[in-house]
Ligand binder design. Structure first.
Ligand SMILES: C[S@@+](CC[C@H](N)C(=O)[O-])C[C@H]1O[C@@H](n2cnc3c(N)ncnc32)[C@H](O)[C@@H]1O
Length: 658
């Protein structure tokens, strides 16, 4: 392994670090590397859900950063760097990717999720090598890799967490800590490259340089394609190869795994002279190699041109992953409806009591056609809800998968059956009028059910006993699945009495009393709901939950130290939220608290954004961001806010009356 000799090979080259991180700069400077810093303008907003593994996200971000700088230097500065280095560090814990915290509450959320646990730190690195060739073209080659280090945090007390957050150190660091400074005190052990946690895996980087400069036998592949960027930023392609790329905006097709660097085809970038910002056009020549396609990993990413126009990869045709993603999106509603239908027809309950039935027997039991039942069963198999086993008769027999057993049986402890029935009977008809909901900005009860609704609960949901019970079962099932995570998100030992405002069946309240033996909870809900609450009382379980009937916009609220608002505020527009929060604030002494459980819009996760559309079509409200909740609470005299992303459907947020 050669270290300095590799770095010294770069002595006379223009090396560019596409990162503003002072820690990365220090690491590379300490290794003797001379480089220019050109921070990337690439916005770190790739959709994380498109990546199977977290390190793929870090690598793709690193690539995009390095390519953006390489492209900008060529086009704007007419300068060809020899090497551009991009890097991106992320922290992952419990399948969540943590980047830099946006504020103190976000830092709290991150650090508390790391407390007492082992997490992984990944740094993705991209190296863009540029070469001028004899034809006044720029060839480039892209190598990327990642390094993983495992870090374990000690158990962190609240006071330690806040002291660290208030030091200001977490704010510009992935995962909200800096291991090289105060954050080092939080760490119990590190397995792997320490510098990787700081922000740059120097050892792995040097190994890659060694492979590039001391062992590579790269040669140019002569097949090429020109893609020209015209003045208005659109592209025209003149094909001379079997593959196309929209360079310089595209990411490379070449991907080298951690320890392999095979001979690389060099991509060619040709400038035709004038700077495109000055009104000229730039021409890009790219080539591709089937050899490298075998090891490449590409990700479906829309690219922005310098002029902000969206372009697509101009390659040999649509990418498989892109098409698959589009298909998934277009088929999403069919999958939902297949699930709703099988659930409504009690297929999962039937197969739980009689596993191994054939389609004919199932059709008989659910009183359906054989053809229709076969299609539905096959769809459920493909969606991972059922398993089919071939028999010698060639007639498959069916049984539930674990997923179905856990969530789809009507009597499973975490059954989502109630919520699925509500989606099928209420949300589905409302969503079929989504276009009107978007145009009008209002709920669609009138169009879907012929009922005008200002107050979704009193005007529509509770007008009919069957609809009411279905709604309550839906709320009950979600509260049971999410309740424990919300109940245990914060230390509630200083509270004794709790009021769960709009607490419906009491499902959330039971989770709170179970998790906190010192708490008793009063559920406050409309009389129509409280009347039916005994249907949901847990059997054989001691609990400290009582019910009070009333209207939270009009009647006195029960006295309590802590008020829970679980999925309440998202039902209402800002004016009504304001009225409710004022009433709660009036009922609170200093030191009392409000705990909000909602899915927050931050990070634009599909579940949250789609839930916001749901609130549009169904109610008067919407989902909101953490910041919006903080502002609302502070208007009503609450502060010292803490936030926890539970990783479950609901995020939790607690604010203290000052
Ligand atoms: C979306 S549900 C949430 C239920 C529960 N908090 C949970 O997380 O499962 C809204 C609840 O607010 C109740 N609610 C709506 N308007 C109300 C009012 N004016 N006064 C009291 N409760 C109300 C509904 O009856 C319903 O139980």
């Amino acid at each position: 392994m050669v270290l300095n000799p590799v770095i010294s090979k770069l002595a006379n080259k223009l090396v560019v670090l596409a990162s503003a991180s002072p820690r990365r700069q220090d690491i590379l400077r300490n290794a003797g590397l001379k480089f220019e810093v050109v921070p990337s303008w690439f916005k770190e907003t790739l959709d994380k859900s498109l990546f199977k593994e977290p390190h793929e996200y870090a690598v793709e971000t690193a690539k995009q950063k390095a390519l953006e700088v390489a492209r900008r230097m060529l086009l704007k500065h007419l300068k060809t760097p020899d090497i551009v280095i991009g890097a991106d560090t992320i922290v992952t814990v419990d399948s969540m990717i943590l980047e830099k915290p946006v504020d103190k509450n976000d830092a709290y959320r991150m650090l508390s999720s790391l407390s007492g646990k082992e997490h992984s730190v990944y740094t993705g690195v991209a190296i863009v090598l540029c070469h001028d060739n004899e034809n006044d073209e720029v060839d480039y080659q892209l190598i990327d890799f990642y390094e993983e280090t495992k870090v374990k945090f000690a158990d962190l007390s609240e006071s330690m967490l806040w002291e660290y957050i208030n030091s200001g150190e977490p704010m510009d660091k992935a995962g909200g800590y800096g291991i090289q400074a105060l954050g080092g005190m939080l760490v119990e052990y590190v397995h792997g490259d320490f510098l990787n946690v700081v922000g740059f895996p120097l050892n792995h980087f040097c190994k890659q340089l060694d492979l590039i400069y001391n062992r590579s036998t790269s040669s140019l592949d002569e097949k090429s394609l020109s893609v020209s960027l015209s003045e208005n930023g659109t592209e025209s392609n003149s094909l001379s190869s079997s593959a196309k790329h929209n360079l310089p905006n595209s990411s490379s097709q070449t991907h080298h795994n951690q320890n392999t660097l095979s001979a690389s085809p060099l991509n060619k970038v040709k400038r035709t002279g004038s700077d495109r910002e000055a009104g000229g056009s730039s021409q890009v020549l790219v080539n591709s190699s089937s050899e490298h396609k075998a090891t490449c990993k590409t990700t479906a990413l829309p690219q922005m041109t310098n002029r902000g126009q969206l372009t697509v990869h101009a390659d040999s045709g649509p990418k498989k992953e892109d098409l698959q993603r589009m298909m998934e999106l277009m088929d999403g509603f069919k999958a939902s409806k297949a699930l709703f239908t099988a659930s409504k027809m009690c297929v999962f309950d039937l197969l739980q009591s009689r596993p191994g039935l054939e389609a004919e027997q199932i059709a008989q039991e659910i009183k359906a056609s054989l053809k229709g039942t076969q299609c539905l069963l096959e769809a459920c198999v493909s969606l991972g809800l059922l398993r089919s086993k071939e028999q010698t008769s060639h007639k498959p027999m069916y049984e539930n998968t674990d997923l179905a057993t856990r969530f789809l049986l009507s009597d499973a402890p975490f059954s989502l059956h109630g919520y699925i029935q509500h989606c099928n009977s209420t949300v589905w008809p409302l969503f079929s009028h989504l276009e009107s909901a978007v145009q009008e900005g209002t709920n669609q009860h009138d169009k879907a059910f012929g009922k005008k609704s200002k107050d979704m609960f009193q005007d529509t949901v509770y007008y009919d006993r069957e609809v009411k019970l279905r709604f309550m079962k839906a709320m009950h099932s979600i509260a049971k699945v999410t309740g424990k995570a919300v109940a245990t998100a914060f230390d509630l030992s200083s509270f004794k009495t709790v009021c769960d405002i709009g607490g419906c069946t009491g499902a959330m309240a039971y989770e709170f009393t179970e998790a906190h033996p010192g708490l008793s909870v009063t559920v406050f809900d409309l009389p129509a709901v409280v009347d039916m609450s005994e249907h949901f009382t847990p059997q054989h379980r001691e609990h400290r939950v009582s019910f009070v009937a009333g209207d939270f916009f009009k009647d006195d609220l029960p006295k309590a130290d802590l008020y829970i608002l679980a999925r309440i505020l998202h039902d209402w527009p800002d004016e009504k939220v304001d009225i409710l929060l004022k009433r709660i604030s009036d009922a609170c002494r200093p030191g009392c608290a409000v705990l909000i459980a909602e899915t927050m819009l931050d990070g634009l996760r599909p579940h949250s954004t789609l839930q916001s559309l749901n609130m549009l079509a169904q109610a008067e409200g919407k989902e909101r961001t953490q910041r919006q909740y903080v502002d609302m609470m502070s208007t009503h005299g609450f502060g010292d806010t803490r936030f926890v992303q539970t990783g479950n459907f609901l995020d939790a947020f607690i604010s203290i009356k000052l």
